[in-house]
Structure formats: structure tokens, C-alpha cells
Ligand binder design. Sequence first.
Ligand code: PLP
Length: 463
Amino acid sequence: MAADVPAPPGPDAFDSVLDAIGGTPLIRLARIAPRVYVKAEFLNPGGSVKDRAALAMVLDAERSGALPPGGLIVEGTSGNTGIGLAIVAAQRGYRLTVVVPDKTSSEKTAILRAYGAEVVVTPGAVPQEDPEHVRQVARRVAADRGGWLADQYDNPANPAAHRATTGPEIWRQTHGRITHFVAGVGTGGTVSGAGAYLKEVSGGRVRVVGADPEHSVYSGGDGSPYLVESIGHYRHPDTAEDVWPRSYHRGVVDHVEAIGDRESILTARRLAREEGLLLGASAGTAVAAALRLAARSAPDALIVVVVPDSGRSYLSKYYDDGWLLRLGFPVGHAAGPTVADVVGPLPAPPPAVPATASVGEALADRHPAALRPVGPRRPGSPPGSLSVAEVTGTLDVAELRRLVTAGTARPADPITAHVTDPLPTIGITESPAAARARLGTREAAWIVVDGRIAGSLRNGQLG
Ligand SMILES: Cc1ncc(COP(=O)(O)O)c(C=O)c1O
């Protein structure tokens, strides 16, 4: 070819999948709330906002020499950061081990394995200091095998990724007209990084709102479990010192909105049906916070809310009616009576009895329920609000009272000898027939409303 003939242009393409990270569209909630725009992070190649942080953390570790060529990447994650790291690892020639808490959806662990990552599952509901805690296991695996711990919770490259990319994209996409920025708070990287940029560039005009599951400690909750994955901060009752991630810069956030599991899940389901957006439950939390904000803000407000991932990772949970009904959430099912109809109005939920209580302490309060769940009582918990995830046993206080009267049990005795296994659970929204089938020959069950113990029923009550 003659020297002055230009080479034909190459294909109009990214050089690798890594170049496809970021640059996600902003989509108006045209039907539900036209002043609210979602930043569609589920359109990243790994399916979540976390691709951004994963890429930034690896590039940073390469630059600092912390991650040598061909090295091992280790991370504790609720799944999405692991998926982002798996993509970067595949493209740049690293091995990857991810440690996930046991509440992580089966879809996410299957995706991680599909990318060739090693997955270690560890209990989620343990104190931060416990050797089995996700972050402790990840630290140990990295130390034992000479790996590099990405450590999204404390790695400054995580919020920096959002300051450098997510924030500027939103500013450009709204032509500087954004008034409110809403993001769920997990590690805090998204809300802190993008929020700081948007505040700076707007001269402090943009208000930054964190969306948090009710009960999470970020919004002042008791730290007890909730069902939405990947955001919030759980606190085990035995935690000695509750340490928050350094990726969460609290000073950036003007307000944290607490959203209950029911509202988060139902909002996510509504977005699928009314906007054609199939999203995860943390997107439901963030959009629910944005909808509350839209209802109380000026008509010229322009609210941008990050929707972190797709509902495809949660088909077995938030989009499975059976799963939701067993936890007592109100989702559509065939017409007919529910457990609520056959048991009638419930008294106040039975307070939990701590496993360490004495017989006298267990009998001290005069709540009428004969059966009590055994589990932690947390300072600041509303009375009787115990998550099904924290029930460790059952105490028949009516029987115990009889034993004390008969002199067979003494008030100073520990309750341990009288605690039996946790009862099966029945959702208040289930059909009595489904509940009866699952109960089988068991005599009693906990009635569950929105994932929390609301009372108990005897088998015969189901008809
Ligand atoms: C689905 C989902 N939503 C929200 C978040 C929270 O983002 P961040 O860690 O930046 O606070 C994450 C992070 O893991 C996530 O995976």
C-alpha cells in the first residue's frame, strides 16, 4: 500500500471489556416519578456499580506494586465487588478468591464461579471480631496465601473511583441541573465519592442523601438483620467495637433515609412492572428514598438516584413470591384467605428472651404470650421486634411458670435447660393450606410479618 494512503480505521469498538465500565445512561422514571432519574449501573459489564471500584482498586494496586503480575486478589464482598474483580482479574491475568456472607444470593455465587473465581461462604451474622466474619476470613486468606486484599471497605481507591467517574458523569448528564443525589450506603464508596464531587462542582448546592435499610446502624437503627443485600451496616449484639468503613465519609451525606425491607422490595417489584426496570432490592431502597424526597421537595427538583444492580441476581429472593410469602410480605397470590384471616388480630409481638437470662428474668415481664422466641435483645430495639434470622430457640413461659410454682424450677436457674429448638416459621400472608403443609406435624409455629416475629400459632388454628 502506498505510504500516503491512510490505514483503514479499526472496528468501532472498546479495546477490552474494561473500557466498557462506566458511562452508564441516566433514565427518567417517566411513569412513577418524572423528576427522578436513575443512574443505570446495572448496565456495567459485571452487572453492577461495583465494576467501577473494582477496576480502580486493581489499577491503584498495580501502580503501588501491592499486586504483582499474576498475583492473587482476595476480597470480602456481598458479591458484586467480587464480580467486578473477576472481570478485571480475567482481563489482566490475576487469580481471585472471594469471601461472601451466607445471605448472598445463589445467583451471585454462581456468577462468581462462572468467571473462575474461588468462592468461600462464611456466616454473615457474627461480630466483626469473630474469626469467621467475612472481613476476617478475607484478611486471613490473603495473609496465608500471599494475596492482595482489595479491602473495598477501607480502600481510598473505592470512593475515589466514584469521585472521578460516577459524579462527573451525572453532572454532565444533567447539565448541572441536579439538585439531589441519592445512593444506598454499603461501603459508602458511591455516596461519598460521587456525593463529594457533586457538592464541590455545584458550590454546595446539591443535597446528598444516603439510603439505608431500617435497623441498619447508619440511620440510627438497632443493628439487627434486614433482608436487603449489600447495603446498610449490621451489628451483631456481641460486637465489642463497631467499626464503620473508611470508604464512608459521613460528612458528605446531608441526610440518611431509613427504608424498611417491605418498602424496598415492593418498590423494586414496582419498578419492574411499571417502568420495565428489573433491579435489585438495594435499588428499591434508594428509589424509595428518592420517591419520599420527591414528595417533599420543590417542583423544580431534579433527583438522581443510583440503581446499583439488576434483579436478575435475585430471582430466587425478592422476585420469588413463595420466598416473600414465607417471610410474611404482602405480595400477590391466588385469591382466598391468608394466615392473617384465620388467626385474627395479633397482640403486640412477644419480646425476645436473651439466651443468658435466668428463669426469674424470663418470667419477669407480664407479656401474655405463652411462647417466646429466644434471641438477642438490643438497646434501642422496638419491643418485640426480632428478626427471624436471630431466633436461636423457643421458651414456653407458661410451662416454666408452672414448673416454678411446683418448685421444679427456681428463679435463679439459667433458662438453658428449658429452651427448645426454634419453631418453624409461617408467613402472615401465606395461604393456610400452604402453611399447614409446611408445618406438618409440628405443634406450633412463629408467625412472621415482614421478616420479623409477630407472634405464634398452634397447628390447629390453621383449620
Ligand atoms: C447491589 C449493591 N447495592 C449497593 C451497594 C453499595 O455501594 P457502596 O459500597 O458503594 O456503598 C453495593 C455494594 O456492594 C451493591 O452491591
